[in-house]
Design a protein around this ligand. Structure first.
Ligand SMILES: Cc1ncc(C[n+]2csc(CCOP(=O)(O)OP(=O)(O)O)c2C)c(N)n1
Ligand SMILES: [Mg+2]
Length: 368
């Protein structure tokens, strides 16, 4: 190795940062700009990604209005993040585990969580997450970043059992500043656990802009300190997101360890439906700039040019989504009213004595 002639830490940083340019395959106009990275997806698969993104956009719109009518509880809007959520999920297999954040309900639905359960979860009803152990999903995490540590553990479990699957997790730009974020990627890296760590950088952590989140030029470069590969992709480009997750999955199941993927995107709506007003921390110009990058618009253009999408297909998808949502909300409405004992009994396989006491107390109260 050549001897160091100067302490050149500033250049080293700049060199590293320059390596984390945003990868794009499909641009805003729906044109392929990086043919060599084009994933090998069939026409059917390309159409299915579009169908899921359109369906998910409708689900988002309906969820926002159901929330306003007081028919849903907690809801974190997803519009703008469809490529990041749906295309990343599309690169997975059924056996893979998903450890989501509160905004990642669409991935759970496409992994098999019935819609009515997603609605019940939103209402804080225990039946929302009933039976999820069979679906390889965990409940959406509310504690920012905690799912990263849990993912390192789940992925290590997968490795110890010799399974050819992965654990994928999602946090946000805000989450990437948490201690749990670093602990999770570091541990998984050290143990070569088959994990995929996604940071959906939607530019804001509630009202905190990305510029105040960290001095790091990219969030993907945080992988370097953990000794794992990292990549930043255009998170409004479903092809780039898919290609990155597919590659990370291959590496993980081949025993090559975890990856960090930053998906650069934007949330079109408010942080949650609990009352923040985005006009107080975002300008209309910024919203308009990102609206031009809409994943649905560019993917529609791309597919239409290849005769793979049409108004008819779009409308069919929209109608199907509306029908499913209507039926699911009806089912959710007919779920038995939640009792305190329901809440206590789902927490442990065997209740500790303190909870046992409370359980008995409420059992009597509820029977009156
Ligand atoms: C440990 C912790 N601290 C603070 C909060 C409150 N909180 C909820 S969402 C949020 C912002 C998260 O932003 P980001 O990670 O960018 O995800 P996004 O909501 O943009 O998807 C904060 C600070 C929390 N839930 N958990
Ligand atoms: Mg964010």
């Amino acid at each position: 190795m050549a001897p160091h002639t100067a302490i050149d830490e500033v250049n080293a940083l700049h060199e590293i940062e320059a390596r984390f340019d945003t990868v794009q395959i499909l641009n805003e106009e729906g044109k392929i700009v990086n043919d060599s990275l084009m994933p090998g997806l069939t026409d059917d698969e390309l159409q299915e990604i579009m169908r899921r993104m359109v369906y998910t956009r409708i689900l988002d719109q309906r969820s926002v209005s159901l929330n306003r009518q007081g028919r849903l509880g907690f809801y974190a809007p997803t519009a703008g993040q469809e490529a990041s959520q749906i295309a990343s999920h599309f690169a997975l297999e059924k056996d893979d585990f998903i450890l989501p954040g509160y905004r990642d309900v669409p991935q759970l639905i496409w992994h098999g969580l019935p819609l009515e359960q997603a609605f019940l979860w939103s209402r804080g009803h225990v039946d929302g997450m009933k039976g999820i152990e069979k679906l390889n999903i965990l409940p959406p995490q509310i504690i920012i970043g905690a799912q990263y540590v849990q993912t390192a553990g789940v992925a290590l479990g997968i490795k110890k059992r010799g399974k050819k699957s992965v654990a994928i997790t999602y946090t946000g730009d805000g989450g990437s500043s948490q201690g749990d974020f670093y602990e999770g990627i570091n541990f998984a890296g050290a143990f070569k656990a088959p994990a995929i760590f996604v940071v959906q950088n939607n530019q804001f952590a509630i009202s905190t802009p990305r510029s105040l989140q960290t001095a790091a030029k990219t969030l993907a470069q945080k992988a370097v300190a953990a000794g794992i590969p990292g990549v930043a992709v255009d998170g409004m480009d479903p092809l780039a997101v898919y290609a990155a997750v597919k590659r990370a999955r291959e590496r993980a199941v081949n025993g090559e360890g975890p990856s960090l993927i930053e998906t650069i995107c934007y949330r079109f709506g408010p942080h949650t439906m609990s009352g923040d007003d985005p006009t107080r921390y975002r300008t209309e110009d910024l919203d308009n700039e990102w609206a031009k990058k809409d994943p649905l618009v560019r993917f529609r253009k791309f597919l239409e040019e290849r005769n793979l999408w049409s108004n008819e297909k779009e409308n069919e998808t929209i109608e199907q989504a509306k029908e499913d949502i209507k039926a699911a909300i009806k089912k959710a409405d007919s779920a038995p009213k939640q009792k305190v004992t329901d809440l206590i009994s789902v927490m442990y396989e065997e209740l500790p004595y303190t909870l046992k006491e409370q359980y008995e107390f409420y059992k009597v109260k509820e029977s009156r």
